[in-house]
Design a protein around this ligand. Structure first.
Ligand code: HEC
Length: 182
């Protein structure tokens, strides 16, 4: 046996070893990946279902005090426009709209309380001061008499938070330059 032949034999041995080791590794990866994938999928599905149901139950059990700002991001201007039909007996919403029983409401977000030109406000509203920011609007429209005792707005308020938030984003949209959402 000369050196050349020995090399050739060693070459074949190495090649065979590679095929065996490589093949095993491939089988391992394949088996691992496959097995893991299935395990993870099952565990994941069960966890998520349980988690969601738990969260929903907790939310329903413990209603929080009203914080309108987080609700505004997901509120619907279209729903708000529908809710606003309740206001139309007394208010106008379009640009250049007139005061009716109540003051015109175009550009009301961030307007001063009592800020509609030519409208005769109650002294309760005139004396309150401040701006119609999101919090003030939410508190007033949820319960006008509670936020502003002595107001002459004869309206009981919007009880449902989702409707209230939608109404407020609708009021926000009534502007040449709508205020920023919080
Ligand atoms: C029955 C009539 C009536 C209805 C219905 C009504 N309002 Fe009013 N609104 C008034 C009156 C009157 C005032 C003036 C209150 C005052 O001077 O105390 C007023 C005042 C306001 C103000 C204060 C505006 C400012 O310029 O300071 C806002 C905001 C408002 N209303 C929004 C609404 C919205 C939104 C609705 C519907 C969900 C609504 N109102 C429904 C009569 C009404």
């Amino acid at each position: 046996m000369n050196a050349f032949e020995l090399n050739k034999i060693m070459g074949w041995v190495l090649a065979a070893a590679l095929v065996i080791v490589g093949g095993q590794t491939f089988m391992e990866i394949y088996a691992d990946g496959h097995g893991d994938g299935q395990e993870k999928k099952t565990a994941y599905a069960i966890e998520v279902e349980g988690g969601d149901a738990d969260k929903k139950e907790k939310k329903a059990e413990a209603p929080k005090a009203l914080d309108i700002k987080p609700l505004l991001a997901s509120a619907s201007t279209d729903l708000g426009a529908k809710v606003a039909k309740k206001c139309k007996a007394c208010h106008t919403f379009e640009k250049g709209g007139k005061n009716k029983v109540g003051p015109a409401l175009y550009e009301v977000v961030n307007r001063d309380l009592g800020g509609a030109a030519g409208y005769a406000y109650s002294s309760a509203l005139k004396e309150k001061g401040g701006k119609w920011d999101y919090d003030a609007l939410a508190a007033f429209l949820k319960s006008p008499k509670k936020f502003l005792p002595g107001t002459k707005m004869a309206f009981s308020g919007i009880r449902k938070d989702e409707q209230l938030a939608s109404l407020i984003v609708y009021l926000r949209s009534l502007s040449d330059n709508p205020a920023k959402l919080p």
